[in-house]
Design a protein around this ligand. Sequence first.
Ligand code: ADP
Ligand code: MG
Length: 717
Amino acid sequence: MSADTHPSQNTGTAAVPTIQRLDEAVVNRIAAGEIIHRPANALKELIENSLDAKSTSIQISVKDGGLKLLQIQDNGHGIKVEDMSIVCERFTTSKLRSFDDLSSMSTYGFRGEALASISHVAHVTITTKTKDSNCAFKASYSDGVIIPAKPGATAEPKPCAGNNGTQISAEDLFYNVPTRRKALKNPTEEYNRILDIVNRYAIHNEGVSFTCRKIGSNTPDVHTTTASAVLDNIRQIYGSSVANELLSLEQSYPIYSLKIKGWISNANYSVKKFAFLLFINHRSVDSPAIRKAIESVYAGYLPKNTHPWVYLSLEMDSKNVDVNVHPTKREVHFINEEEIIAKICDAIQDRLGDANVSRNFLTQTLLPQVSAKSRTEETSSKKTAPKIYEYDQVRTDSRAQTLDSFLITRSSGGSHGRMVSPANGSGSLEQGSLSSTTARSKKPRIEVKLTSILQLRDEIRKQGHPILTPIFANHTFVGILDNQRGLIQNELALYLINYEAVSEELFYQICLRDFSNFGFIRLSTPAPIKDMVLMALDDEQELMEKSEWPEELKPKEEIAETVRSTLVSRKEMLREYFSICITDTGELSAIPMMIKGYIPNLEKLPDFLWRLGSEINWAAEKSCFQTLSREIAIFYSTQPERVEDPLEEVDSEGENMDGNRKSLQELQDAQFQHMVSTLIFPAFKKQFIPPKALIEKSGVVVQVAQVKDLYKVFERC
Ligand code: ADP
Ligand code: MG
């Protein structure tokens, strides 16, 4: 009890207070205050009533955080006019017939007390129409009973116009409980709690449209449609940045008559505050025990002090849910709590483990003649070699052929430099191929604490383009235009994206984001760095249009050797942070897996190695990581491969040859564009922050049309 109910304490005398029987209305008001602590509690009850009435549309309007007005309109079955006089009395409910029902009904508290409680602390008006009735009826309530709308009028429900369904308004909440009202003096805070409740129910109830708005505002703060599924609702409410990172969860455990469903964030996603939406038997509740257990599962995956986003819906036998919990607390307990929580954790763990595979590639060659060797290498280099399941092995077939061709030969002087068809045969380097396999492992993500990396990540965030970031995150991919450009749509606008340029930024960001956490793309035949650099230098010479390497420059041999030894001396760092593996003798044996399934154009490899040896500032940590990431990004940015003409020098052949070449080129372009649309554009949706600087370059992102306008064009046809 608060001090002001003990006047005797203030007087300091020993007067014994007289015990007085409280007025029944006061008792009810106190009881109501216990149940309805704040507007959001009242709203939760009202929403549940609307859902119980089988509504598919629930519209909520709020004034002053619900303190002035809380109104909910549904399209449910309505209330019969003959019941209207008693709906607000305590213990009146249409949902419970006998005492036996009590144990099987769910439980969180009210059993016909919600409306009664609200009417004790607010002015309640109900307008309702059942579909059998010709008109709606309206009635007012106070302290649990129906009252005349105006003094002198009758209390009978008044016929009026109205749609099927029920509208309930609660005005001046706590008008008669001044202490409560004073405690709730911040309408913004109350409104946020209201939104939180609406969000939860909107997500949980697919097939029901929810709207919540402040009175006087035209745009609702929440709006979901009847057509949207749970994930759509999540996207609508929490945005794509959350929705894109979610894994679905669905498991049932008949022995506990338990069903688990939900959407949980993956191991790459984390937030400052744990977002936990828990429903048990379709009621929004909280369970600190479940909350804690889930956090501990994620602790194995997420950086310290960050948290997941989790929506869980549990269905269990309502007999098992503990009723002895205070109604306002929203907290529940249930029978077999520990076992059930363990099952929930297993289900989440399994899902995170699965998804984590994409983070932890180990790649291995699939070539029969070398596979045994590289497999043992892999095994010996890892103490606990993860088991590789057959179905996890992915051969990147479509690419293998062209990648092979890269490592096969080195041109002795064709105009395009390095590549000649295998048929040519001369000057062949070793046969090579490249493939990737995934290995199952639950290696936790390494948390990066290096200030330099954190700073670089921060710079990416700061330099992000505020308008384009959500456009990229929420876009719908429309199609590829050519080898550089593709179209995306966001809301009603179409954008032409130079994906070659944008992908460089993407890979730069992935470099910093996944720093220390890349998988490997293993080259089954390691590429000798020195030879690669020599190739790059040959190209350079060609570009300079010189027949001899310029005297004033260091000899090619010397440059190539410097690059080789520089990279060998940095190999530990390159491997640990960037998954770039270099052998002691100076061969490149693996490059990072940046996007599952994506393999960069290896024609760029010689240049990449040369630049690694010449463009990196190895002395300063931050600048080293930045320049390295930039070089990797340049290497990984999309670029179609050239189809080399085996008979280029014999240029005299006619149409036929040309025709063949063209179709080969077309095939290759089609492969390239398919890869861009299935790997690169989806990656633009994930955590990508388009930098302002890039966008300011002309032609990188161009808004080409408003779809609205296009529709207009189409309509005319
Ligand atoms: P309970 O939901 O536990 O039955 P309430 O006090 O919340 O108790 O509601 C009392 C009764 O009023 C309900 O049993 C139902 O018959 C009726 N009712 C309340 N809200 C609605 C609504 N939106 N649509 C139809 N009937 C409703
Ligand atoms: Mg109810």
